[in-house]
Design a protein around this ligand. Sequence first.
Ligand SMILES: C[S@@+](CC[C@H](N)C(=O)[O-])C[C@H]1O[C@@H](n2cnc3c(N)ncnc32)[C@H](O)[C@@H]1O
Length: 249
Amino acid sequence: MQNQKTRDEELKRIYDKESEVYDKKRFEDFIGSFYNRCHKDTVKKIIRLTRPANNILEIAPGTGRLTFLLTKNYSSVTAVDISEKMLAKLKAKHKSKNLKIKVGNAQKLPFPDNHFDMVYSFRFLHLFKRNKLFPYIKEMRRVLKPGGKLVLEFNNSFAGIFLHYLYEIRRPKEKRENYVRPSQLKRIVKGITYMKWYGVGFPCGLWLIAKLSDRAARSIHSFFGMSPMKFFACQIIMVWKKKKKKNAE
Ligand SMILES: C[S@@+](CC[C@H](N)C(=O)[O-])C[C@H]1O[C@@H](n2cnc3c(N)ncnc32)[C@H](O)[C@@H]1O
């Protein structure tokens, strides 16, 4: 079985190569740009929920398509990614004075304990198998101040009432996407308190409605993301708060 170091090196290679086409391939066609706007709407909700906070760490910002929402709303943002080439794209886009960019591995973050008011990641955890997630989450928790917020987003096993899962289960094991259920993530994330979660992306052709009205489709997306429909969202974004007492293992 592939070890974690090899997986990190593999991801670095993949994203170094992908950097040239990442935004274009995923977020420039009609469906991609619609979901990109939905992602931004969700991140804005997270920002409203987690303010006030000053010192933010974004794990795996990639080309920084969502980073500007953070630099606009928090006084200091640090962005860490394993791929220099993805970060080069981010640097070319973002000139914000309150943004620090670092190449680094999320499994061994180059920061002291209890340093950030919020640690945030989006489209990152799905890169790893469920049983490999803990070291990354533990490291995020380490650099988070007591009372600070942790924002984690992952692929939901219940997406489309299991339709995604049933599709994946037919594929060879090594090619399957990584899914987690909210209850499973709650068991992995120890020592911090769960606050709130939202659903992101719904496999029900919302983009077709966006063809008629972008505003209506995004309002439906936003409503679904907070309603019981969120159980069947493609991705889930969860917000946690680190306990104030020490040694929260
Ligand atoms: C799917 S992209 C997500 C980028 C961005 N968050 C977004 O939503 O568009 C995944 C990112 O994770 C980064 N990555 C993968 N493994 C990493 C690791 N171990 N430490 C830090 N970054 C990593 C990749 O370089 C890539 O930029």
